[in-house]
Ligand binder design. Sequence first.
Ligand code: NAD
Length: 506
Amino acid sequence: MSKEVLKYQLFIDGQWTPGESGEMMDVINPANREVVAQVPRATPGDVDKALHSARRAFESGIWANKSIDEKVAVLTNATMAVIANKDRLAYLESLTSGATMRRTGFVDVMSVAGSLAMSAAILKQMPAVEHAICPPWVAPMHSYVIREPIGVCAGITPWNFPMILAAYKFAPALAMGNSIVMKPASITPVTTLELAKILTDAGIPPGVFNVISGPGSSIGNYLAAHPQVDKIGFTGSTEVGRQIAHLAADGIKRVTLELGGKSPLIVLDDADIDMAASMTLLAFLTHSGQVCESGTRLLVPRKMQDQLVDKMIEKIKKLNIGDQMDLATDMGPIASQEQLNTIMNYIQIGKDAGAQIAYGGSRMSGGIYDDGFFHEPTIFIDCDNSMQHVREEIFGPVQCVLPYDDLDEAIAIANDSPYGLGGGVCSTNATRAQQVAKRMRTGSVWINTWHILRPDVPFGGYKESGYGRENCYHALMAYSEVKHICQDLSPDVNSHFVYSLFGFNR
Ligand code: NAD
């Protein structure tokens, strides 16, 4: 593909629409800081326009009133359209987010397609009507329950997995008949804009799927507080999630929050060292550690710490760290200068607290590393769970090793966190591993693996990692209202039990 700077407009009412201010924001490739795209800096006026279009589409019933079969047909079309655009979507996702092409081509695009396909499949299987199973009342009554769309949804997403996290919101929202306005992160808006066009071309009616680009502090905030928004699906930091929850509370809006994490990985004393080292790298180095559920607190039996850390270092030295667009690259750049600064700041905090660095600790330099935002995989050893860099989310390739003496202590340390998103256990003993998994207070636990998120299982957090669940049946429920319809079948006023009970039949 050429090196031209791609120019985007907002996607409103089924059309590319210029932002009202005419102001544009640069989108860069984090591996070399080259500007690769420009998107409008939307204003509150643009948000109003997008919400107006979403509301009009919703009220018209053009999508909400389609039959289940019609919706399933369009979602299936949309799934195929995403797959047909696989190369372009993977390229743009990698170019702007720093994710390796090897991953985006294999995982991210197929995950978006999977979210659409799974939402369609669940919609098709879900009972359209649930009947009350026995008459609760002496009169002839027909009581049944249906699901309806909530209305206009706002999807606000972070920069680390722009496409996947957008699909976690728009796929169930669309399946349940809602309209949606997506607000991607300022540094990675491109693929969400592309998806809006692809899905609209695949049959999603104009106005049902809109995308506005711009800063969270101005338009994200305005969108979340807007009276025209009925439901907010938010993924991002716990700090901003808390603000969203306050805004949602004022308007009694429905809300799903997927927030931060500091996930523990417990290595049991029966673990295979080779497997434990690989599992640890998978847990904390995937996407250069910029994953909400990254395993970044490594609990290891004290007597195994040195051996495990040596093995991790041996494997880290074999990694290709560099240009994310090269299929041979294992680990790409950090997504932005701001995030690189955050990582370096936390490393200093760790050093100041007295934690020892066994590997890494610095920004990478020399050659291509000088052009972009590259950071070494970093391992802190002999950490204490009370240290700030161990408790707070760093969102970078930084592992904190916490040696433990007995398993109850390890589980207590694992659960001693404000977060509860992911967790993991490494063991050769399936029974022990499962027992430990059950005792972890987190929304997902992986045994001898990590990061496996599927469209057919729920994903979400305990504690300050958020509330609600994305994916599968749970997500479709979260994007719908439940309605009980009750019909009295009494033929006339005199045989109407309820009227006569209260004397209203006379
Ligand atoms: P962020 O909270 O800064 O921003 C997320 C989104 O919210 C962006 O689109 C941003 O523009 C917008 N935003 C910012 N301030 C806002 C405001 N006041 N009102 C409304 N919207 C606002 O997060 P980030 O830096 O983009 O992403 C990293 C964070 O996301 C990490 O904490 C990570 O753990 C979390 N995350 C969580 C999950 C999950 O599923 N739990 C997944 C990925 C990332």
